[in-house]
Design a protein around this ligand. Structure first.
Ligand SMILES: [Zn+2]
Ligand SMILES: [Zn+2]
Length: 149
């Protein structure tokens, strides 16, 4: 079942990640992932806008709960991956791929669960631009390349 080369780019540099919900291990092509990351970074630059760490903390301080699921931060279970300390993530309200900028008015905190389901929904509705709609940490981990089997 293991294909040697990525069907999209022909490389064979595979990375692996384990889904926290299904516990299944998935494979992704590192070369394709780098390309997605570069596209995302470029798109972000084109869209413009920026915010400081301080603006972000002030924004975050206004939220006791995740604005999407309304669950208080303190009631959300810690992220399975211990490298991530917080249950909230930075979300672009208008996604980068649809032209959203990085100014503080386009940024909100979302819990990691809502952020990943938002990304998945956008993946479904925007098949051609799916990769860039994912926030960097999530798209790095959650998109298997459909080359296996
Ligand atoms: Zn590839
Ligand atoms: Zn949430």
């Amino acid at each position: 079942m293991t294909l040697k080369y990525c069907c999209k780019c022909g490389n064979s540099d595979w990375g692996y990640w384990t889904s926290s919900s299904s516990r299944k291990t998935h494979r992704y092509c590192r070369a394709c992932r780098r390309k997605r990351a570069a596209n995302y970074t470029q798109q972000k630059k084109i869209n413009g806008g920026s915010h400081t760490e301080r603006e972000w903390r002030e924004k975050l301080a206004k939220y006791d709960t995740c604005p999407m699921c309304k669950i208080p931060w303190t009631k959300i279970p810690p992220r399975p991956d211990r490298r991530y300390k917080y249950v909230w993530t930075k979300d672009h309200i208008v996604p980068i791929t649809t032209g959203g900028h990085s100014g503080i008015d386009n940024i909100q905190p979302l819990c990691y669960r809502c952020n990943s389901s938002k990304s998945n929904r956008e993946m479904v509705s925007l098949p051609n631009t799916i990769y860039a709609t994912i926030t960097p940490k999530i798209y790095e981990l959650q998109l298997p390349d459909n080359c296996s089997s």
